[in-house]
Design a binder for this molecule. Structure first.
Ligand code: BGC
Length: 801
């Protein structure tokens, strides 16, 4: 142990107290023992430090900070250097504001386009996610602040997010849901990591020994500290046994006293407790003594935010080369998002931006003959004839119309999944009307994730700006005016509709989420079954063109010549996919294993070399329980998207001769990739065990969310649940869902003890559950008793500051 001297001098109660937070955002201190308190703060798209009242849902005001493009936008840049620069700036702002642990980046895999939190995650691909996450981590930690990648692992839905069980086979877990974290941990070396709310194969992520001990610490060599997601601790002693170090937010004396009891009762070995404390202290001591990152230059950070937004924009359509627009064109700007941009998502990642660029103010600088702006539609999805007519009148007089459309705030938020991927109907009607009076329409889309586009024929060009952060407006103008050449490429497949996704039938799960599609997430599915989505993974247009030639590949890398054959400087994202035709062990048709963003002047060419690492040929074998390689002639495909392969080279690789675990005919869906309707029997074969059966319980338990009180025995609880559910429905209908209501309804009974700073103890939460289960009098009696006999840490020698 590194800090044995400090730990030896502490009482058992003091040691226990340190593994649970002091409040919403701080760890506990024991100054006498040389242990300071450190601050943790969100988040991935900008610092969200709450100086006053703290909450974890982005409700109360935070101090000003630069709002960067959301992770889903940054991923479109495919630019590891950019991600590292953003990380560094995030770290600098955290340092300045005295935050030692920054809660991000978020790198969960976008299993379904319907996940409400996709805007906070990078990609559907683990390799791309992992590389970008590692870059953020390096950047953040260079400033002496600990990064904290999240949410580990298999956190793919918001529905019942605190209790849902992600059920999948080990190979899918390893190859799809863990590889990104593996890269982030091995290459980024984060000092902290946050566990997910959900269970994984029946065990809460925070108590999952397989995840935290075997894989994270054992295989990947993680030496830092693991923190729960906020309120995500189920059993603090089980967490400590499995490898988790810190419960957040603080639960008063409840968590520490439970740890103490666990040690006294022999459920937790004191040596393990010491080890967890040692790992935690290492991060606390390292980050609290780090030097400051110096002064923040707000202008420089804003300029970087603009550069970032520019790199993230994806040009999806450009008919008749309508873009870039001539400087002297009569440009009309239509759409509410122009004056009130939607540049970030809602929830714990929302940032109080230092400033926000808006299009109407910047427009004359780029288009001096611009003829004006009209909001065109109301944010809530209701028709407004007058606004539409006004917008059409303006459009009639323009050479080109810039239409700012997108998803409103209601569609993408933490705590809520989407039910479809359409943009509001009133915006589509407006686009139809405007395109009738002016055929030169350029749509600028603001959305943190994919949307359906049956309206694509009504515009000549489409710039998908995602949620581009505080400087997004100027980045858009630079791109449409040609001052910048778009170089973003989709980091996720744009399907025709939400129902096209392979997991559509299984998503979202209720108590259990069955990952029946297995490995076939995103392009891995579309490419294997031969379905053409609306826009493929890796796709994006440029104002110039690129030629690929002269490929040479070996097991350790691929080289080729890339030439900018157009008249403008521009950047290309060259992507390397690996495939094994005729593979014996089933696998997706192709998988991303390398990429490079290459900037080339007009006419310039470069020899590009992209390394292939240990992930290039491996697959996880569930029989040998380790990574194996199938022998064969692998195709190394170099392309401009997963569909647009320009060069192919073959590399013969020796295998490890592992047995094929998939001889049974029941594996047919995964052999063909046709996984959208997998039977329970076939899925059980893939899992190698029976599916968890929904128990016919007539009682609620500590892990049931409060919304389930709707079926409680106690009529008062039923009434309360109905009230909460109707409040939730109304709040969703308003278009700005109340995150508190979303959180409360999906919070399990145990959460009552985890989110109230110790006002309600675990025993008291159990009593409330007892009452909900119909035991009024006895439950109330116990509740009163447990209120007056709350365990007090101080009495047990555990006072901290
Ligand atoms: C989110 C985390 C976030 C935490 C603290 C939770 O609700 O899931 O991503 O870091 O709150 O705000």
């Amino acid at each position: 142990m590194k800090h044995a001297r400090i730990i030896e001098g502490l009482t058992l109660a003091q040691k226990c107290s340190l593994l649970s937070g002091k409040d919403v955002w701080h760890t506990r201190a024991l100054e006498g023992a040389g242990i300071p308190s450190v601050a943790l703060s969100d988040g991935p798209s900008g610092l969200r430090k709450q100086a006053a009242a703290g909450d974890h849902l982005g409700l109360n005001e935070s101090t000003k900070a630069t709002c960067w493009p959301s992770a889903s936008a940054v991923a479109n840049s495919w630019d590891v250097c950019l991600a590292e620069k953003i990380g560094e700036a995030l770290g600098r702002e955290a340092q300045k504001q005295d935050v030692q642990i920054l809660l991000g980046p978020g790198l969960n895999i976008k299993r379904s386009p319907l996940c409400g939190r996709n805007f906070e995650y990078f990609s559907e691909d683990p390799y791309l996610s992992g590389k970008l996450a590692a870059a953020y981590v390096r950047g953040i930690q260079r400033m002496g602040v600990s990064a904290c990648p999240k949410h580990f692992a298999a956190n793919s839905q918001e529905t019942r997010r605190m209790t849902n069980d992600s059920v999948m086979d080990e190979r899918t877990l390893r190859e799809i849901y863990l590889t990104g974290f593996e890269i982030a941990v091995r290459e980024g070396k984060p000092q902290s990591l946050m566990t997910a709310y959900n269970k994984l194969n029946g065990v809460y992520a925070n108590e999952n020994r397989h995840l935290l001990s075997d894989i994270l610490r054992g295989e990947w060599g993680f030496e830092g500290m693991v923190v729960t997601d906020w309120g995500g601790c189920n059993d603090i002693a089980a967490g400590a046994r499995a490898g988790s170090n810190l419960e957040m937010p603080g639960t008063g004396d409840d968590g520490p006293c439970e740890l103490l009891r666990a040690v006294e009762e022999g459920r937790l070995d004191e040596g393990t407790l010491d080890k967890r404390l040692d790992e935690l202290l290492d991060v606390i001591l390292a980050t609290s003594t780090a030097k400051t990152g110096g002064d923040i230059n707000e202008d420089a950070h804003h300029a970087l935010a603009r550069e970032a937004a520019e790199q993230c924009l994806v040009l999806l359509k450009n008919e008749d080369d309508i873009l870039p627009i001539q400087r002297n064109a009569r440009v009309a700007v239509i759409g509410d998002f122009a004056a009130a941009p939607r540049y970030q998502g809602a929830g714990s990642s929302s940032v109080n931006a230092t400033r926000v660029d808006v299009t109407p103010v910047l427009l004359p600088r780029y288009f001096p003959n611009a003829i004006g702006c009209a909001p065109g539609f109301r944010r809530e999805d209701v028709p407004d004839e007058e606004m539409r007519t006004q917008a059409c009148r303006l459009a009639e007089q323009a050479d080109v119309v810039l239409m700012y459309l997108g998803l409103t705030e209601a569609f993408e938020t933490e705590g809520l999944d989407r039910t479809h991927i359409r943009i509001p109907e009133n915006q589509i009607r407006l686009l139809e009307a405007v395109s009738k009076v002016n055929s030169s329409v350029v749509v600028i889309l603001s959305a943190g994730s994919v949307v359906e586009m049956p309206w694509l024929g009504n515009c000549k060009a489409l710039v998908d700006a995602y949620l581009g952060g505080q400087a997004m407006a100027e980045a858009v103008l630079r791109v449409v005016s040609g001052q910048a050449n778009p170089s973003g490429r989709l980091a996720e497949t744009m399907p025709h509709s939400g129902s096209e996704a392979p997991c559509y039938r299984y998503y979202p799960g209720s108590r259990v989420s069955e990952y029946r599609e297995g490995l076939y997430v995103g392009y891995r599915y579309y490419e294997t079954v031969g379905i053409k989505p609306l826009f493929p993974f890796g796709f994006g247009l440029s104002y110039t063109s690129f030629e690929y030639r002269d490929v040479a590949a070996s097991k350790s890398g691929v080289a080729f010549t890339l030439k900018n054959t157009g008249k403008r400087n521009g950047a290309e994202v060259a992507q390397v996919y690996v495939s094994l035709p005729g593979a014996r062990v089933f696998r997706p048709a192709l998988e991303l294993k390398g990429f490079a963003k290459v900037l080339l002047k007009a006419g310039e060419e470069k020899r590009v070399e992209i390394p292939l690492d240990d992930k290039a040929f491996r697959y996880f074998n569930v029989k040998t329980n380790r990574w194996e390689t199938e022998a064969g002639a692998y195709e190394i495909k170099v392309g401009a998207s997963c569909e647009d392969i320009r060069l192919t080279a073959t590399v013969v690789v020796a295998g490890t001769n592992a047995p094929n675990p998939y001889e049974d005919p029941l594996f047919e869906p995964w052999r063909t990739g046709d996984v959208s309707n997998v039977t329970s029997i076939a899925f059980e074969t893939l899992l190698g065990r029976e599916l968890p059966q929904p128990s016919s319980r007539d009682r609620l338990d500590m892990n049931d969310p409060l919304e389930d009180m709707a079926s409680a025995r106690n009529p008062v609880c039923r009434f309360v649940a109905r009230m909460l559910l109707s409040m939730r429905k109304r709040s969703i209908a308003t278009g700005k869902p109340d995150l508190n209501i979303l959180f409360i309804t999906s919070m399990p009974f145990r959460g009552l003890a985890k989110m109230m700073g110790g006002a309600i103890t675990t025993r008291m939460a159990e009593d409330l559950l007892f009452i909900a289960n119909g035991h009024w009098h006895r439950g109330l009696g116990r509740l009163i008793w447990h209120f007056f006999t709350k365990p007090r840490l101080e009495k047990m020698g555990g006072k901290t500051e």
